[in-house]
Ligand binder design. Sequence first.
Ligand SMILES: N[C@@H](CCC(=O)N[C@@H](CS)C(=O)NCC(=O)O)C(=O)O
Length: 208
Amino acid sequence: MLKLLGRTSSINVRKVLWACDYLGLHYDREDWGRGTRPTSEPEFLALNPNAQVPVLVDGDFVLWESHAILRYLATTEGDSALLPQDIRPRAIVNQWLDWYATEMSPAMSYGFHALGRKTPGHEDRGRIEESVKATRKCLGILEQTLADGRAFIAGDIFTLADIPVALGLNRWRQLKLKGETDCPRTDRYMERISGVPGSDPWCTGSYD
Ligand SMILES: N[C@@H](CCC(=O)N[C@@H](CS)C(=O)NCC(=O)O)C(=O)O
């Protein structure tokens, strides 16, 4: 039985929960992280020295980093739709996973903590504006990508790439900021996502 360590309010834990539900995997989940058991406990640090959730435990195998976990689950389940075996389609899925981790997620982080979660220490107006601007650039890239008529972000089928991207979009959209540019293709994309197994509840509910 797989064991997943992490609180359900974490976007990174939700990526794994969504993948598990999509794949129909059984798992036990333990609450760890902000507001639950502190990840600074030695028991947790022995599994992930970064003191971050999620952590996946599969027998005697321990894995952290949400995207590494997504790839592990898709590969062990042999799901070649979620993570294609052919080199180029697989590279495109990896491209979007990396893009989310290195561009969209860092762009959204400060703004979400300031305007959504109201995390103390996130009151700097300049940094909020910077985060909103950087996130809007990412949203523009997604809207532009969908302009060729593809149904999902890496092509015509749902892949691992959609999990972080859709979760990020869902989280940003919950802020309901004034002045967002209309993104009709992204709206339709999110409607399609709502029909994907596991999207409800992981890509619907709020984050606190
Ligand atoms: N790069 C890591 C980031 C993990 C991360 O930032 N986790 C946050 C929650 S979203 C965390 O553990 N925060 C500390 C806590 O909840 O105590 C991943 O993708 O797994």
